[in-house]
Design a protein around this ligand. Structure first.
Ligand code: RIB
Ligand code: CA
Length: 312
């Protein structure tokens, strides 16, 4: 398999941790991870990312701290979903490495310069770092080969408001800048498809408590969702974005132009129009992805037809 460098931008969070585990489980060429404030405070998203990489034996992957707040809007977290520490309240061992010296925007620029069209960039949090990097070095849009972003609710309701998905809502001004940019290739993985893929209660219960590694990590960080919040599932938003970055055949992609509402009641709404180059995922091979996810993390796959109405 040829070298295919991938960089993740995360606000680690539970599904961000799962996305990192999925990338490592597939032995993807993860060259860098940048962190952004989103699900939780930047200190925690950065610390959680360092801990997860170390726990999974990837402490050599450099982590670059990014924006502590959105471009314009005030910072608002999603701790009610991800727990006060961003990892469902779970305690995992201390990191074995420190964060790298460059800031996230500087690292994005450096990786784009080094890897050019070979680089795939997966944005799994608010798009603040990417927007700042674009402002500093606009040519990264022509350098980065493929941008895959988890964000948006294009043909379905949002998860923060009826209009908006969290990553876009959290920093709509950054998202507007990213969607208005001409990328070599840009794929948007929105709630339209991520709300079809989740770890369900039965899948979580099927992970033996004694399991370590990625499966043990998932059991720990998803526990709060199933035991305290008593939800029926935890959506695998960010792992699906990584999966599509590595295999676009998992989804159906349709090209649109995307406009972002930046203020007012519909803040964070992603409005689609014909005639653009943003490839929006409209369908997903959910079971194929879930089997791959469980296999990559060493989790038993459990066929579960329980609905996802109670998931989050
Ligand atoms: O709306 C879901 C997205 O917002 C995911 O990336 C989750 O981690 C949060 O960042
Ligand atoms: Ca995220």
């Amino acid at each position: 398999m040829s070298f295919q460098p991938i960089m993740l931008d995360v606000d680690t969070g539970v599904d961000d941790a799962a996305a990192i585990a999925y990338a490592l489980g597939l032995e993807a060429d993860l060259v860098a991870v940048s962190t952004v404030a989103g699900n939780i405070h930047i200190d925690l998203t950065t610390g959680n990312t360092l801990k997860v990489l170390s726990l999974l034996g990837a402490e050599d992957v450099p982590v670059f701290r990014g924006a502590s707040r959105p471009l314009i809007k005030p910072f608002q977290d999603a701790a009610h979903i991800h727990g006060g520490n961003g990892l469902g309240g779970a305690t995992i061992p201390d990191a074995l490495a420190d964060e790298a010296d460059l800031t996230a925007p500087e690292a994005i620029i450096a990786m784009a310069e080094e890897f050019q069209g070979d680089l795939t960039f997966v944005a799994a949090g608010p798009l603040t770092n990417l927007a700042i990097a674009l402002s500093l070095r606009p040519q990264i849009a022509q350098q980065i080969g493929k941008l895959v972003l988890m964000g948006g609710a294009f043909f379905n309701p949002g998860n923060v408001t009826p209009y908006a998905e969290f990553n876009i809502w959290a920093d709509p001004d950054a998202a507007a800048q990213v969607f208005a940019t001409e990328w070599n290739e840009v794929i948007a993985i929105g709630l339209d498809v991520t709300h079809q893929v989740a770890i369900t209660t039965r899948m979580w219960e099927a992970i033996p408590e004694k399991f370590s590694g990625a499966a043990g990590l998932m059991r720990k960080i998803a526990a709060r969702t199933f035991t305290e919040r008593v939800r029926s599932g935890f959506f695998l938003h960010d792992p699906l974005a990584v999966a599509v970055a590595l295999d676009e055949s998992l989804v159906t992609l349709e090209p649109y132009a995307v406009e972002v509402v930046t203020d007012g009641e519909e803040r964070g709404r992603t409005i689609v129009r014909d005639g653009g180059n943003v490839l929006i995922a409209t369908e997903v091979k959910a079971e194929v992805f879930l089997r791959r996810f469980c296999d990559a993390l060493g989790m038993p796959y459990v066929q579960d037809d329980a609905g996802l109405d109670g998931a989050e």
